[in-house]
Ligand binder design. Sequence first.
Ligand code: AMP
Length: 284
Amino acid sequence: MPDSAFPLTRVTTVAALCATVAALRQDGAKIAFVPTMGALHEGHLALVRHARTRADKVVVSIFVNPLQFAPSEDLDRYPRNEAGDIALLQSTGCDLVYLPTVDVLYPQGFVSRIEMTGPAMGLETDVRPQFFSGVATVVMKLFNQVRPDLAVFGEKDFQQLAVIRAMVRDFDLGLEVVPYPTMREADGLAMSSRNAYLSREERAIAPRLHAELEEIRSAVLSGADAEAVIAGAKDALTTAGFGHIDYVALRDAETLGEIRAGLPRRLLAAVWLGKTRLIDNIAV
Ligand code: AMP
């Protein structure tokens, strides 16, 4: 079936969303949900395609969530491309795109927040204290509005994935959280909407982040001391032209706390390159 055989419905209000999801759900169709902030790239589209293999109908939301941006962050300049996003979704097999405005998600008088601990502690939270409260609050709202059977999240935002898993478990949300591997450019750079901020010179340096993570992994797997190897990699990043290093850390892959003997580990990093903050992570 050609991709264009999927008619894409577009809604902007909660009432229209609920009515359309109810229609999609007729005859017991399984609904998959992919929340995004738009400026869609191949990484997002891979999530949508994967969602299609796991469900009968796919709902995508596009919402740049002000609650997860600190006042100093890039909310106003975050890339937006609604028409381009809709064309991409149309050709990727999405059934319904939900484009709420800020007023729809946070009407006047909205006062509630989801507060997460556990995997939300440290790493991103050390530099962006309100970030996961903002993420969890919007995702909880979107889950309650869409009521999907499953939701697909990218491993690119590995700590976010861990936080959403914990929230779904702790609040008995009764949906499956499906992880999807990080999609990369040919040179290893993790795809990200924020890569559009990179100058040509920065874009040439950017893949070094993934390369350093790979080097740390090899060294740790061959028995080197993780702290020493990470210190060396940070120096190499600085020499390559990266700016402030928010973190490069080896953590337990589930709790994101201290590593536990014999259990999966994840190497996570957030590093500035000019005015752009890049994040990446790999399994160790
Ligand atoms: P965002 O629009 O950045 O909020 O991302 C929306 C979803 O797409 C999240 O689940 C991200 O983890 C996922 N995502 C973003 N970039 C990638 C990528 N390069 N590979 C796989 N998933 C991604």
